[in-house]
Design a protein around this ligand. Structure first.
Ligand SMILES: CCCCC/C=C\C/C=C\C=C\CC(=O)SCCNC(=O)CCNC(=O)[C@H](O)C(C)(C)COP(=O)(O)OP(=O)(O)OC[C@H]1O[C@@H](n2cnc3c(N)ncnc32)[C@H](O)[C@@H]1OP(=O)(O)O
Length: 194
C-alpha cells in the first residue's frame, strides 16, 4: 500500500486547492501502454510499476450509463488479465466531478429489459471493483454522489480532494432507490460479516 501511495504521488496525484492533479509523462515508454474502447474510460498502465491509472472521461459529469459501465467492466477485465498489473488508481479526467453516479435517464421510461441490463451492469461494476485481485485506490477528485460513493467504497483505499465544496455519499434514497442489505453490511457495516 505504501508503495502504491508513493507511486500515486510520483504520478502526480497530489491534493492541492481541492484538486487532484494527474501529471503523466508525455513520452510513453515501451513499459507503458494505454487503452480505451470508446474513450469513456481511459487506462494508462505502467508496466515498470505495475500501477494502472484509470480515468473516467464522460463529460460533463461522468455519468455511469450502460455504455460507460460496460466499458469499465471490459477495462477491469483487461487489467486483471495483465499479470504485470498489481494496482489500480481510479479517478476522473474532469476537474470537479469524480462521477455524478448512475445516469438517472437509464432508469426512466426504459423497457424492463433495458433496466434489467442496466442494473446488471451496475452490479457487475461493483463486483469487478470489490472482488478485484488488484490493490484498488479511488482518487476522488470531485463530487461523488450515489454510485460514485459506491465505487469509492468498493475500492481498498480512498483519497478525497481537500475541498469543502465536494460532497460524497449514498443519496439514492432521495430517488427512491434503497441500497440492498448485502451492500450495506459488506461496505458500511463490515463487522457484521466477521
Ligand atoms: C451494486 C448494485 C446493487 C444495487 C445498489 C443500489 C443502490 C446503492 C448504490 C448506489 C446507488 C446509486 C444511485 C445513483 O447513483 S442515483 C444518482 C445520484 N447522483 C446524483 O444525485 C447527482 C446529481 N447531480 C449533481 O449533484 C450535480 O450534477 C453535480 C454536483 C454532480 C455536478 O454539478 P454541475 O453543476 O457541474 O453539473 P449539472 O449542471 O448539475 O449537471 C450537468 C448535466 O448532467 C445532468 N446530470 C447530473 N447528474 C445526473 C444524473 N445522476 N443522471 C442524469 N443526469 C444527470 C444534469 O441534469 C445536467 O444536464 P443538462 O441540464 O445539462 O441537460
Amino acid at each position: 500500500m505504501a508503495a502504491l501511495l508513493k507511486q500515486s504521488a510520483r504520478l502526480g496525484l497530489s491534493g492541492r486547492h481541492g484538486q487532484v492533479f494527474c501529471r503523466l509523462p508525455w513520452a510513453l515508454s515501451f513499459q507503458r501502454y494505454m487503452f480505451n474502447a470508446n474513450k469513456k474510460i481511459l487506462v494508462e498502465m505502467d508496466k515498470s510499476t505495475g500501477v494502472a491509472l484509470m480515468k473516467m472521461a464522460n463529460p460533463p459529469v461522468n455519468l455511469l450509463n450502460l455504455e460507460t459501465l460496460t466499458e469499465f467492466a471490459i477495462s477491469m477485465e483487461k487489467l486483471e488479465l495483465d499479470k504485470d498489473c498489481k494496482g489500480l488508481i481510479l479517478t476522473s479526467s474532469l476537474s470537479k466531478v469524480f462521477t455524478a453516479g448512475l445516469d438517472i435517464m437509464e432508469m426512466c421510461g426504459k423497457s424492463p429489459e433495458h433496466v434489467t441490463e442496466f442494473w446488471r451492469a451496475v452490479q457487475e461494476m461493483w463486483l469487478k471493483l470489490y472482488g478485484s485481485n488488484l490493490v484498488t485506490i479511488a482518487a476522488i477528485n470531485g463530487f461523488s454522489p450515489g454510485a460514485g460513493c459506491l465505487m469509492a467504497l468498493a475500492c481498498d483505499y480512498r483519497i478525497m480532494a481537500d475541498n469543502v465544496k465536494y460532497s460524497i455519499g449514498l443519496n439514492e434514497t432521495q430517488l427512491g432507490i434503497v441500497a440492498p442489505f448485502w451492500l450495506v453490511t459488506r461496505e458500511l457495516r463490515p463487522s457484521l460479516f466477521s
